[in-house]
Design a binder for this molecule. Structure first.
Ligand SMILES: [Zn+2]
Length: 307
């Protein structure tokens, strides 16, 4: 991959033409030879690394491990301790991983356009930023048949219930961005969801109008939100057939694999955008790796390959 001259003033800026190979250098960081190029128009020198997300990184060898561990319940502090990297390095790595994860999911959606999802489920997960008095909602949209997470968005919401009054007194009125953000998410997913798709959700009062707005030809089945029973040593058990099993199971995976979403955790989110970054990394890891751990999905994909 080489996507052209990085000189903004150059006539062929970012175009893959008129470039000359110009030797190579050895990158000690990950023991690789990197091809150098020279632009034939402006003479600017660059390399095959220039346009990559990893450009100018010094610890490339750790990227994959950080991604796996961060999407598998490890905290940033523990990563720093285990890998012997400075917390700031971990912080920067995570920002980079989130950017790359979003890019990779956008690429996946380009492929999904060919075969749009005909079944969709979505739901919200409540967590908080900094203190319980500042709750946020995470809306997650999935395609149960393909077992794919299509997208998720974090939204500020006002505190509700017993703590509403205290929250207002201490931090002022919080905006409710849930409807607006979910609206945007559903709109952005239009290329990958079939217009006549079947939506399954709980009875949240905002859902019908949003689905109707973006997918007027779809069907929407609403079910009473039923929480799985906690049996024995806190194991999740479904009491009876759960029509929303797919989304409930994936939200449970969010809770089990994203450290800051653990129940009874010391680890809390300090900034909303960092929660979004963490979720985006998890989604990418789920769609890339975890989803294929399901034997059912593997079997189905195999059948597809044969035909
Ligand atoms: Zn140039």
């Amino acid at each position: 991959m080489n996507t052209g001259c990085p000189n903004q003033e150059c006539k062929i800026y970012l175009q893959n033409v008129f470039q000359k190979k110009d030797g190579h250098y050895f990158r000690a960081d990950d023991s690789r030879f990197v091809q150098r190029y020279k632009c034939k128009i402006c003479g600017k020198k660059y390399s095959s690394s220039t346009h990559k997300f990893e450009y100018r990184q010094k610890k490339r060898r750790f990227n994959q491990r950080i991604k796996e561990d961060y999407a598998g319940g490890k905290s940033m502090n523990r990563l720093s301790l285990n890998l012997g990297l400075h917390p700031k390095t971990i912080q920067r790595k995570i920002e980079y991983l989130a950017k790359k994860a979003r890019y990779s999911e956008r690429e996946r959606q380009k492929i999904l356009k060919e075969e749009k999802a005909i079944q969709v489920q979505f739901d919200d997960l409540i967590t908080s930023v900094h203190t319980k008095l500042k709750p946020v909602s995470v809306s997650v949209v999935i395609a149960p048949k393909e077992r794919l997470i299509l997208g998720a968005v974090v939204s500020e919401i006002p505190a509700f219930g017993k703590i509403a009054e205290i929250s207002r007194r201490k931090y002022g009125r919080r905006k409710n961005k849930h409807t607006k953000n979910l609206d945007l998410l559903l709109e952005n997913l239009r290329p990958v969801i079939a217009p006549n798709a079947e939506f399954k959700t709980d009875e949240h009062k905002r859902y019908p109008e949003l689905i109707q707005k973006h997918y007027p030809k779809s069907t929407h089945l609403k079910f009473k939100g039923e929480r799985a029973a906690v049996a024995g040593f806190g194991e999740l058990k479904s009491k009876r057939f759960d029509p929303l099993f797919a989304i409930n199971q994936i939200l449970a995976m969010f809770r089990a694999n994203i450290n800051r979403l653990f129940r009874r955790s010391w680890n809390t989110t300090k900034k909303e955008n960092h929660l979004q970054d963490h979720i985006d990394i998890f989604i990418n890891y789920f769609n890339e790796v975890l989803r294929n751990q399901s034997r059912k999905v593997r079997k189905r994909n195999k059948v597809k390959l044969i035909h």
